[in-house]
Design a protein around this ligand. Sequence first.
Ligand code: ATP
Ligand code: MG
Length: 358
Amino acid sequence: MTSQQPIGPLPPGATIGILGGGQLGRMLSVAASRLGLACHIYDPDPNAPAAQVAAKHVVAGYDDIAALTAFARGVDVITYEFENIPTAALDALEALRPIHPNRRALATAQDRIVEKQFLVGLGLNVAPFAPVNSLADLQAALASIGTPAILKTTRLGYDGKGQVRINATDEAEAAWAQMAGAASVLEGFVAFEREISVIAARGPDGAVTCYDPGENVHKSGILHTTTVPATLKAGQHMDAVLLAGRILNALDYIGVMGVELFVTGSGLIVNEIAPRVHNSGHWTQNACLVDQFEQHIRAIAGWKLGDGSRHANALMTNLIGDDVNIWPSTADALHLYGKAEARPGRKMGHTIRISPKS
Ligand code: ATP
Ligand code: MG
């Protein structure tokens, strides 16, 4: 069986395998259990947050082919909560069980250059960009793209890690040194009015549904708040939803995807896509009948997508590091991830406040 073969609806009692046991895996596991499905988590960390709420936790590395093989045999379908899964691991898993979202979606999102080329191929707008593999490349890229600009590693970045902002061309040498030789991409800085994201889902039958776009504010490179509805001009809401649908259709996608967008005076620019449930979609937990986690599980289990329409306005606030210590005093809906240590920059939980729908 390969990921290209459609799966019939998995019956209640079936088992979902999740690669990665962080908070996203944890919330997927909770959603699956509500649907009568079990989850097995694969994560090398014995204290993985998802393991606390899953039927089984395989503690092994992504290079352990024997452990991966045994994991795959114990589940009916495989999904993941992060993008950086080694190719050899995916090959071993895919030989045994379907993986959703599919390999093409993952390969596209794993590499910022492949991702941008794919988006451009769909006729969508991205920031001006150029591959950078040397200081000379960076100098040439700065000459054509200009400053300010952002140098990013093509792979393995998250929460703004692996990125350096360049405000003047004489910062090139120091910026390139920070990349430590990693394949990189220079992006022109987009003077956006706001950042939004569309959480979209596509089922095995090709049905697509999008949650209302949320407006995102970052603090120190990490998502701070998502507010729904986003402040958008007439037409932008539909533009955002339509472009998300095109991306999912083009990838023959099954599952939930986060599409991050910059809103500018001359239209929408795609920042990046995440082939998984997304932090900026957590608000759906308390403002929609069916949240992004249930929607993802439904899609990968071959079920009909649920009703993702919004019944409230929402404000989601991430609890980063010591922010989590507000828990005794907040009256907002509270979602904590069961992480023992509140290190700076670590996502510990989030709150959601809802208000009447506008
Ligand atoms: P995350 O894991 O939070 O999605 P990431 O590490 O994948 O982050 P990006 O989404 O590329 O990184 O960038 C993080 C944030 O930095 C963006 O949401 C945006 O606020 C800012 N940013 C990134 N690239 C640009 C750009 N070209 N122009 C303007 N701002 C940018
Ligand atoms: Mg991002």
